[in-house]
Write a protein that binds this ligand. Structure first.
Ligand SMILES: CC(C)(COP(=O)(O)OP(=O)(O)OC[C@H]1O[C@@H](n2cnc3c(N)ncnc32)[C@H](O)[C@@H]1OP(=O)(O)O)[C@@H](O)C(=O)NCCC(=O)NCCS
Length: 467
């Protein structure tokens, strides 16, 4: 088939998928489930990818510089992911929608004003805004899948409280592979075309079980008594807050809704998202793949930075006191750089402007905790650090990222245990990684296997080349 004919077949197939779904909506009393909607969308997307490859597959993306091989592959075009795209100046867009747009468009909890992450998951997977009814059905589905196998509970209960919560998190998620629908179906010889279905079930189970894992780790490590049961009539974020012991604070529950939504995904190349995709490409099930993502997220240059920010702010306060002058803060920032350390929460591998996720959290703080002293310090730091980083002249992006703000909001509500913060980031990141894994299996994404070179080979290959 010519590429033009293929394109028109794709358009036709998309039109009939939409028509089918409209018919479904008008004739069916029961709202369409996420899995039903995906089943409709997948065939058209397979054709869309085929057409795109037929038309553009042999075209060059431009040169690859040797520096990119040594430089952490910065900017190297290497992956496909439709769920979210990061623009260096504008920040993240989820299926084309900016953070303020999704805050407006996604369904909310009764009486709430922040988007429900259930809706974000639907959007990541389908590119569509779900109805309130569809989002409620997802909350209920996740509540029904939320319990942990008793051996996973025992693994967590046996961890020493000194083991970092992220290590405990990764252990528990990896152990869930015991009951993986994908691993079982693969053993039974499932056809490639059907891979996405058990992957979908695993992804749903994974997300559903995270509040119980996070809650258990929190209570085991920091106390707080017995874990309450998941309430099937409440949304995911309420249940997470409740398991942590904070559901009596409605603003904290709202914060969780915003937090999970904005931390869910940040295009495909960041360490946690890419690790999940890479490990998943070996057909490791979603639990194994996301366990690996969590190990990447646990690094201080990635998700652990939100813990590091608060530690850094506290150290600064103990050194220069509260209500310190701008000059004292500036001097402290310089002392961090001179000690050969990074200023946590600032800089980004892709972004070149203030992270809109930082701005969304700032808006939340202005609304709910404008007088909080730590928030005031974060603002003061925001006014000083970029100037210092610019003057130091190394960081390509002197502006704050998502991690510069989250700890302040969490401590405001009494969640003071900084080394737990990355677990919340991990719960959120599951939404993006899980969506990607489902689409990768639906589109038949192959095993990832880029080529590595030795420095000797580089010298030999480029000896006589000038560019
Ligand atoms: C996020 C981060 C890892 C991106 O790294 P990157 O893409 O290599 O960033 P750059 O290209 O701007 O780095 C160039 C130099 O500036 C330095 N730099 C970047 N951000 C810096 C920061 N916040 N403080 C001090 N130095 C910084 C880098 O360490 C690097 O120094 P080097 O040449 O001595 O190795 C980096 O900005 C950082 O370490 N930030 C602090 C940790 C953090 O907030 N992480 C969360 C990210 S969401």
């Amino acid at each position: 088939m010519s590429s033009a004919a293929l394109r028109s077949a794709v358009q036709q197939s998309r039109r009939s998928a939409l028509a089918r779904s409209a018919r479904f909506a008008s004739t069916s009393a029961k709202a369409q489930t996420l899995k039903e909607r995906l089943a409709e969308l997948i065939p058209a997307e397979i054709e869309n990818v085929k057409a795109t490859r037929a038309e553009h597959g042999k075209k060059s993306f431009g040169p690859v510089l040797v520096d990119q091989l040594y430089g952490g592959m910065r900017g190297l075009p290497a992956l496909i992911w439709d769920g979210s795209v990061l623009d260096a100046d504008e920040g993240i867009r989820f299926r084309g929608k900016s953070i303020p747009e999704i805050q407006q468009a996604l369904p909310k909890a009764p009486g709430g004003s922040e988007p429900l992450p259930e809706g974000l998951f639907w959007l990541l997977l389908t590119g569509e805004i779900p109805t309130q009814e569809q989002v409620t059905a997802l909350s209920k589905d996740w509540a029904a899948r939320s319990s942990l196998p008793s051996f996973v509970e025992e693994i967590l209960d046996r961890c020493p409280p000194t083991l970092h919560p992220m290590s405990q998190f990764s252990l528990a998620v990896t152990a869930l592979n015991h009951d993986s629908a994908f691993a079982k179906a693969y053993q039974q010889g499932i056809s490639k075309k059907e891979y996405w279905q058990p992957t979908f079930e695993d992804a749903m189970d994974l997300i559903a079980k995270l509040p119980n894992i996070a809650g258990r780790i929190y209570r085991n490590v920091y106390g707080g008594g017995k874990l309450p049961a998941i309430d099937a009539d409440k949304d995911y974020s309420y249940n997470l807050a409740n398991l942590l012991g904070f559901a009596d604070k409605p603003d904290f529950v709202e914060l969780m809704r915003l937090y999970i939504t904005i931390h869910s995904d940040h295009e495909g190349g960041n360490v946690s998202a890419h690790t999940g995709k890479l490990v998943g490409s070996a057909l490791s099930d979603p639990f194994l793949a996301f366990g690996a993502s969590l190990n990447g997220l646990a690094g201080p240059l990635h998700g652990l930075a939100n813990q590091e920010v608060l530690i850094w702010l506290r150290k600064m306060q103990s050194k220069i006191g509260e209500n310190a002058s701008d000059d004292a803060v500036r001097e402290y920032v310089w002392s961090t750089l001179k000690a050969g350390q990074v200023v946590p929460g600032y800089g980004h591998a892709v972004l070149r402007k203030t992270d809109p996720r930082y701005m969304a959290q700032r808006e939340f703080a202005l609304k709910h905790l404008p007088e909080n002293p730590l928030f005031k310090l974060v603002n003061q730091v925001y006014n000083i650090v970029p100037g210092v980083l610019l003057e130091a002249g190394k960081a390509k992006n002197p502006w704050p990222n998502v991690d510069a703000h989250s700890g302040v909001l969490l401590t405001h509500y009494g969640l003071n245990q900084m080394n737990f913060y990355t677990v919340l980031f991990g719960v959120s990141r599951a939404f993006g990684v899980a969506s990607q894994l489902i689409w990768d299996r639906a589109l038949g994404a192959p095993l990832e296997r880029p080529k590595s070179y030795s420095t000797e080979a580089i010298k030999k290959i480029f000896k006589d080349k000038t560019a």
